[in-house]
Each structure stands twice: as structure tokens, then as C-alpha cells.
Design a protein around this ligand. Sequence first.
Ligand SMILES: [Zn+2]
Length: 91
Amino acid sequence: MTSTEDHVYPEEERKRSQERVLSLSALKDSLAESCFGLSLSEALEEGVCVDCGKDPKEQCYSPEGMIEWRRSGLCEICFDRIMASGEEEEE
Ligand SMILES: [Zn+2]
């Protein structure tokens, strides 16, 4: 009943991960608009990738790719490319 550690720690953690999720989705949405002029929700409605504008069903080679498209608006090919270029910022 006196476990103060147990009380404080998860609360902090939850707040921190919530912030991370929020800023990440805001980043993705502005990324989407700057790439293709489509917002994430527009792309999902149209059924296209926000980056290449193609049908994600033809651009995804795994079920995870389609899940990612629903999340970020990027087909698997574009997602992989952006992730690859984003991680290596030295040229
Ligand atoms: Zn694409």
C-alpha cells in the first residue's frame, strides 16, 4: 500500500509516450501534405498513397504495409524509402 514507486512511475511513462505519439502523428500529417498535397485523411478516402499517389494495394508487399498505409498514408515502398532517408541524414 505504500509503494510510491509504483504510483509515480507508470504515470510519468504514460504521459511521455502520449506526447511522443501526438508529435509523431502531427509530423506525419504535415509530411503527407508537403509531399503530395493530400492530407492523411484525404489519401485514405481516395485510397491512394500520399507520396506516390498510387494504389497502396499494388505498392504493398505485406499485410503490415497496408496497416502502415492506414496509419501514415504511405504505401510500403514510400514508407521504406522515407524511413531509410530519414535515418541517415548525412547525405
Ligand atoms: Zn507510395
